[in-house]
Design a protein around this ligand. Structure first.
Ligand code: 5GP
Length: 205
């Protein structure tokens, strides 16, 4: 991992608005890329292979898993999800920051493997709001929505793993807070010493 690049993990329960927040973040902050995960789940309407996910069959996923191709992987709602090591390390080596939009199990593994990674958890303002958001996006049947709601409480109960908590009540305010976290991380001494070495040399002759 390049000394100046960062991994930002963004997690939220399903319907927490994380995808819109990540899209807003990528639009407003440069030198930041989203890692596209592998998944065995079925493609939803409007989703594209290589854009939303790499949609693969379970045997391919298992093969990648056994060949240690993932820096983290987890089973969520009966499907497998994983982050490809090769793609992430390439970006980090190029000095590009990477955003991982993954669940808490993945976040935990990332923190273990990359202790410098910044973990951000997006809380919904209430369970009722979460339910409304899941229903209005109309992508899942009612049984799935119910399952996702009960999973939400479990997901949220792992909030202590995370470095930052933001509440997605007002979208712009929440996005602004996430941008502040990214900007503040980029100003950390450990990330700046390298590119400021000439200035520091001049200032401390
Ligand atoms: P969905 O199927 O609704 O796109 O995602 C379901 C859950 O899986 C979300 O919480 C999402 O963040 C998580 N997820 C997506 N990609 C990954 C991944 O690569 N690793 C892990 N651990 N979770 C992921």
């Amino acid at each position: 991992m390049n000394k100046t690049s960062n991994i930002f993990v963004i997690s939220a329960p399903s319907g927490g608005g994380k995808t819109s927040l990540v899209n807003g973040l990528l639009e407003q902050v440069d030198n930041l890329r989203l890692s596209i995960s592998y998944t065995t789940r079925d493609k939803r309407e409007g989703e594209e292979h290589g854009k939303n996910y790499y949609f693969v069959k379970e045997d391919e996923f298992k093969r990648m898993q056994s060949e240690s191709k993932f820096i983290e992987d987890a089973e969520v709602f009966g499907n497998y999800y994983g982050t490809a090591k090769e793609k992430v390390t390439k970006l980090l080596d190029e000095g590009i920051d990477v955003v991982l939009e993954i669940d808490w199990q993945g976040a935990k593994q990332i923190k273990e493997n990359f202790p410098e990674a910044l973990l951000i958890f997006v809380l919904p303002p209430g369970l009722d709001t979460l339910k409304q958001r899941l229903e209005s996006r109309a992508k899942d049947d009612s049984q799935t929505i119910q399952r996702r709601l009960s999973q939400a409480t479990h997901e949220i109960s792992n909030y202590k793993l995370f470095d930052y908590l933001v509440v997605n009540d007002d979208f712009n305010e929440c996005l602004g807070q996430i941008i502040s976290i990214v900007n503040a991380t980029r100003l950390k001494r450990s990330r700046r010493e390298l590119d400021l070495r000439d200035l520091l040399k001049k200032l401390i002759p």
